[in-house]
Design a protein around this ligand. Structure first.
Ligand code: CMP
Length: 164
């Protein structure tokens, strides 16, 4: 989900500072992160949110929920025909999860890169999955794959909206 924010740019040329007033429009995006039941039960909520904030992104929605089966099935609708669909839905409803809206410049791509490859065995060290996870079934987080998915998933998990 994209929104525009006006950021003043400091002119780089000394001497022009008090005469120039330059501004630029920078694109803010909001994306969805879910911390899955394994991340909650392993007490990794703080570690994962710390990494998001340390990157310079803002948390604009945050809640702990026991997800309804229907919500999870809608969330993973694109995987309905995949063999892991039932297991992933069982898993997401097996315990509390954290729903987080994250906002900032290039937030969708930045968050995907920070979380690492879907299969933790392929995830680079330094990413959440590369540092903290071992199996694809419990890869700790879900994050929106692109801007369209972010918009759809944020509406699903935050029907009440998020803050700015
Ligand atoms: P996630 O990013 O939440 O999207 C779908 C989830 O299904 C994925 O993370 C994995 O946790 C899980 N999954 C299990 N098996 C597979 C698979 N073979 N390919 C992709 N995702 C899988």
């Amino acid at each position: 989900m994209a929104q525009w924010t006006l950021f003043p740019i400091q002119p780089v040329c000394a001497g022009f500072t008090d005469r120039l007033s330059v501004s630029s429009w920078v694109m803010d995006e909001t994306t969805l992160v879910l911390i899955k039941p394994g991340g909650v039960s392993r007490n990794l909520i703080g570690e994962i949110t710390r990494r998001v904030e340390a990157r310079g992104l803002r948390i604009t929605g945050l809640k702990l929920v026991q997800a309804a089966r229907a919500t999870v099935e809608e969330h993973y609708a694109e995987h309905k025909e995949r063999p892991f669909f039932k297991d992933v839905c069982d898993y997401l409803t097996s315990g509390p999860i954290v729903c987080m809206a994250v906002t900032g410049t290039n937030a969708v791509k930045a968050i995907r890169a920070m979380m690492g490859a879907t299969n933790p065995l392929d995830a680079t060290p330094g990413t959440v999955r590369g540092d903290l996870a071992l199996t694809i079934d419990d890869n700790l987080t879900h994050s929106s794959s692109d801007d369209g998915a972010a918009e759809r998933e944020l509406k699903l998990w935050f029907p009440e909206g998020t803050v700015r």
